[in-house]
Design a protein around this ligand. Structure first.
Ligand code: UDP
Length: 483
C-alpha cells in the first residue's frame, strides 16, 4: 500500500440498524451514479438480511466501481436477540474496530480510501477526534434539529436544566439553546435527557459521539435547507463543511429518473421481507380514506399500549393500514384473546402486515394520514408524500422531530407521552377530517420544497455536487502530497 497512487475511493460504513443502513445505501447509490469508486462496508448479519430480502446485489451490479464488503460485530446472522444497545457498542469496540483497522492497513478493502463516510452514531470506530490519516465525513442519519439539540446536553447539565425534575417539569421551556428559542420543552429533548443520572453511560455515549462528529472533516445530514436552514446555519458556525443533501430517498429517485433506464420499482433496503399485498388492499379503498400506522423497525410497545392503539384505531371509525412487525409487542405470549369489536372493526376497515413497502404506501392515493414514531426516515418519507402526521415518538431524536413536525413545520400533531384509545381516536379524526384543512397548506408546501431541493439547481442537489467535488479535491491533494 505504501507508494500507491491515490485514486478516488469512498468507504461507507453504517451503524447496524435499519434506518441507518437504508439512508447510507441511498447515499452510496447517489455517489455511485456520479462515478466515484465506493466500498460499502456492512456488518455480516445485516448484509445477510439485505441479500435475503432485497435486490441490492442486482441493483448495485450496474456500478463497476462499487463493492460490498462485510465485517463482523461478533454475532452470527441467526444470533437473536441482539441484546442491549450497550452490549452492541461494546462488541463494536472490542471486535469490529480492531478488525476494521486491520482491513484498512492490509488493503483488503481496495486502494486506501480518499475518505470514510462514517455513521456518526459510532464515531469511535475510527477515533474521529484523533486526526485520523483518512479524513472522516460524519453522517448523522437524524434531523439537524435533533443533532443540534444533542449538542446542548452538556450545557444544559452545567446550567442545572438537566436532569429534568419530575413530571411537573416536563412542560418547562428549555432556555439557552441558540436557534431553538421557545421551541423545545423538557419533554421534547432527546429521550436520554429523561435519565435521572446525568452521568448515565447512554447519555454520556451520545454526548461523546456528538462532540466527535464536530471534529470530523465534514458533517452530512439527510435534510434540506428550506426545512432546517436556521439550525444548519448554526451548525456551520461549528463545522465549516456541512452538507445537507436530503431527503435522500427523493434525491435518489430524482437522479435515477434522469437515467437511461431507470428502475421500475422503488428500491427498498429492508431487513425484513416486504409484504406488497397491502398495496392491493389499498387499491380497493377510497381516496385519502386510510391512516397508515407504523412505528418503524426498533420501537417495542407493551401489550397494553398495543391494545390502546388498536381500540383507538377501530373506535375512530376510519380505515387503517397497520404495520405490525413480528417483534413490535413485548412479551406477547401466544395469542391473547381479541375482543369481538376489534376483530370485526379490523375485518371491516383494517389491514395489518408484517413489513410494508412504506414509500409506496405513503404515496398511495388511498392514504390520508400517517401515525408514526417520528423516526427521521419515516418523517422525511411522510413529508415528501405530502401526508399529515400524528407523532408518537419513543426514543433518541424522535422526541425533537415530533415537536418540529407539530410546532415548527406544522405538518402534523404530536401525541407524545400519551397512549389511550380516546386520544388515538380523536387524533386520527383530527388529521383525517376535523383539522385537515388547517394542516394541509403547510403539508403541501413542505412536500414541494423537499422536491425542489433535490431537483437540478436545488439546495440538496448543489450540496451533493459540492460534496463530490470536495472528495475529488481531497484525492487530488493526496496525489500531490505523494508526487
Ligand atoms: N420501513 C419500511 N417498511 C415498514 C416499516 C418501515 O420500509 O413496514 C422503512 C421506512 O420506510 C424507513 C425505515 O424503515 O425508511 C425506518 O427508519 P426510521 O428512521 O423511520 O425509523 P427506525 O426504524 O430507525 O426507528
Amino acid at each position: 500500500m505504501e507508494n500507491e497512487k491515490p485514486e478516488h475511493h469512498v468507504l461507507i460504513f453504517p451503524f447496524p440498524a435499519q434506518g441507518h443502513v437504508n439512508s447510507m445505501l441511498k447515499l452510496a447509490e447517489l455517489l455511485s451514479l456520479s462515478g466515484l469508486r465506493i466500498t460499502f462496508l456492512n456488518i455480516h448479519r445485516i448484509h445477510h438480511k439485505l441479500i435475503l430480502h432485497t435486490d441490492i446485489q442486482f441493483r448495485f451490479s450496474r456500478f463497476p466501481n462499487f463493492q460490498f464488503q462485510t465485517i463482523t460485530d461478533g454475532l452470527s446472522a441467526d444470533n437473536r436477540p441482539i441484546g442491549k444497545f450497550s452490549d452492541l457498542i461494546n462488541r463494536l469496540k472490542s471486535v469490529t474496530k480492531p478488525l476494521l483497522m486491520q482491513m484498512l492497513v492490509s488493503g483488503q478493502l481496495g486502494p486506501t480510501p480518499t475518505c470514510i463516510i462514517l455513521d456518526g452514531l459510532f464515531n469511535f470506530i475510527i477515533d474521529v477526534d484523533a486526526e485520523p490519516k483518512i479524513p472522516v465525513f460524519s453522517f448523522r442519519t437524524i434531523s439537524a434539529c435533533s443533532f443540534w439539540a444533542y449538542s446542548f446536553v452538556p450545557k444544559l447539565i452545567e446550567d442545572g436544566q438537566l436532569p429534568i425534575k419530575g413530571e411537573e417539569d416536563m412542560d418547562r421551556i428549555v432556555d439557552g439553546m441558540a436557534g431553538m428559542e421557545n421551541i423545545l420543552r423538557c419533554r421534547d429533548l432527546p429521550s436520554f435527557c429523561r435519565l435521572e443520572d446525568p452521568f448515565d453511560p447512554t447519555l454520556q455515549y451520545s454526548v461523546t459521539q456528538t462532540r466527535k462528529s464536530f471534529k470530523a472533516h465534514a458533517l452530512i445530514f439527510n435534510t434540506f435547507e428550506d426545512l432546517e436552514g436556521s439550525v444548519l446555519s448554526h451548525l456551520r458556525r461549528r463545522c465549516s463543511n456541512v452538507y445537507a443533501i436530503g431527503p435522500l430517498h427523493a434525491h435518489l429517485k430524482s437522479r435515477l429518473s434522469g437515467e437511461e433506464s431507470p428502475p421500475a420499482l422503488e428500491s427498498y433496503n429492508s431487513l425484513w421481507e416486504v409484504d406488497r399485498s397491502c398495496l392491493t388492499w389499498l387499491d380497493a379503498q377510497p381516496s385519502k380514506s386510510v391512516i397508515y400506522v407504523s412505528f418503524g423497525s426498533v420501537v417495542v410497545m407493551g401489550d397494553d399500549q398495543f391494545r390502546e392503539f388498536w381500540h383507538g384505531l377501530v373506535d375512530s371509525g376510519k380505515r387503517f393500514l397497520w404495520l405490525v412487525r413480528s417483534n413490535l409487542v413485548a412479551g406477547k405470549d401466544g395469542e391473547n384473546e381479541v375482543p369481538t369489536e376489534l376483530e370485526e372493526g379490523t375485518k371491516e376497515r383494517g389491514c395489518m402486515v408484517g413489513w410494508a413497502p412504506q414509500v409506496e404506501v405513503l404515496a398511495h392515493e388511498a392514504i390520508g394520514g400517517f401515525l408514526t414514531h417520528s423516526g427521521w426516515n419515516s418523517t422525511l418519507e411522510g413529508m415528501v408524500a405530502g401526508v399529515p402526521m400524528i407523532c408518537w415518538p419513543q426514543f433518541a431524536d424522535q422526541q425533537t422531530n415530533s415537536r418540529y413536525v407539530s410546532e415548527v413545520w406544522r405538518i402534523g400533531l404530536d401525541m407524545k407521552d400519551v397512549c389511550d384509545r380516546e386520544t388515538v381516536a380523536k387524533m386520527v379524526n383530527d388529521v383525517m377530517e376535523n383539522r385537515r384543512n388547517e394542516l394541509m397548506g403547510s403539508v403541501i408546501e413542505t412536500a414541494k420544497l423537499a422536491m425542489t431541493s433535490v431537483e437540478e439547481g436545488g439546495s440538496s442537489y448543489c450540496d451533493l455536487e459540492r460534496m463530490i467535488d470536495d472528495i475529488q479535491l481531497l484525492c487530488q491533494r493526496q496525489r500531490e502530497a505523494i508526487d
